[in-house]
Design a protein around this ligand. Structure first.
Ligand code: SIN
Length: 275
């Protein structure tokens, strides 16, 4: 297997890897811990093979809000039809940060891709943390932030296209908030990274809303710098797996009139420790 980094900070393509092969798993796992986003082309997995690869990492965490694949409810459907305008996951976010034990990672498998566009962009939270000044790191040390699903998946979203089309649902379950350190130690790599994101982080604990908005805005603008990013261009059959404790991601909504259909499996994580 050849591991080709996508950028200096984030992501790698694993050439010659096959997620079905037992003997490839250790190298895939090591590449995931080092690069945070791994791309494995041309896998064309059945849903059972997708789930078997996911189970190599540990238990699956079934997303409460995404449409599920009828035949395999552990698989979330990520779909945009040609007539639809909204994309699921368009804002910068970290999957499941609203949970007390946020997801370890997500494994997205491209079933059908548009003729152009529909890339996914990722951002390294470790690179973003490293680039802060020592004084700013001191300021963040010991802070905790609230993360919520209410405003994204709750009743207030009932009129959106994503809910009306059945791609998102279960608004009544969007009631949980979670408190996480603003700086975490990655459970696998031991590297420090920021753990706040624009979609789900609502407030830094103990600050006024204005203070919190100001500080989060500084962090969000900082994290969005292109030098912390990588971008994945999809073809049908590709697998991309990302580390939810080390990255943000966003789906690019630039392919109106085309269909994009993906299957996503999300992995159980653990409570996060302050860095
Ligand atoms: C997601 O946010 O999980 C979906 C990302 C994508 O569709 O590219």
């Amino acid at each position: 297997m050849e591991i080709v980094p996508l950028t200096g900070e984030l992501g790698a393509e694993l050439l010659g890897a096959d997620v079905r092969r037992d003997e490839d798993f250790e190298t895939i796992q090591a590449a995931f811990i080092e690069h945070s986003v791994i791309v494995i082309r041309d896998q064309k997995l059945t849903p059972d093979e997708h789930l078997a690869f996911a189970r190599r990492w540990g238990p699956i965490n079934v997303n409460r809000f995404f449409q599920k694949l009828d035949s395999h409810p552990e698989i979330a459907v990520v779909l945009k039809e040609p007539h639809q305008k909204e994309v699921i996951g368009e804002g910068w976010h970290t999957d499941h940060s609203y949970d007390n034990s946020p997801a370890l990672g997500s494994i997205l498998h491209a079933i059908e891709t548009p003729a152009y566009g529909g890339d996914t962009v990722f951002c390294s939270m470790a690179a973003a943390y490293d680039a802060l000044s020592d004084r700013f790191k001191e300021l963040l040390s010991g802070l905790y932030a609230w993360h919520s699903s209410r405003h994204t998946f709750g009743e207030s979203q009932a009129d959106t296209e994503s809910v009306k089309s059945g791609r998102l649902g279960n608004a009544a379950l969007a009631v949980q908030d979670a408190l996480h350190p603003v700086v975490i130690v990655h459970p696998l790599s031991g590297r420090k990274g920021l753990y706040v994101n624009p979609v789900f982080t609502t407030r830094i604990d103990g600050l006024t809303q204005a203070e919190s908005d100001g500080l989060l805005n500084i962090l969000f603008q900082h994290c969005m710098r292109p030098e912390f990013q990588c971008r994945v261009r999809w073809q049908a059959g590709d697998i991309t797996m990302w580390d939810n404790r080390a990255t943000w991601h966003k789906a690019i909504n630039d392919y109106h009139g085309h269909r994009r259909y993906m299957h996503r499996v999300t992995l159980e994580g653990c409570a996060l420790q302050a860095g």
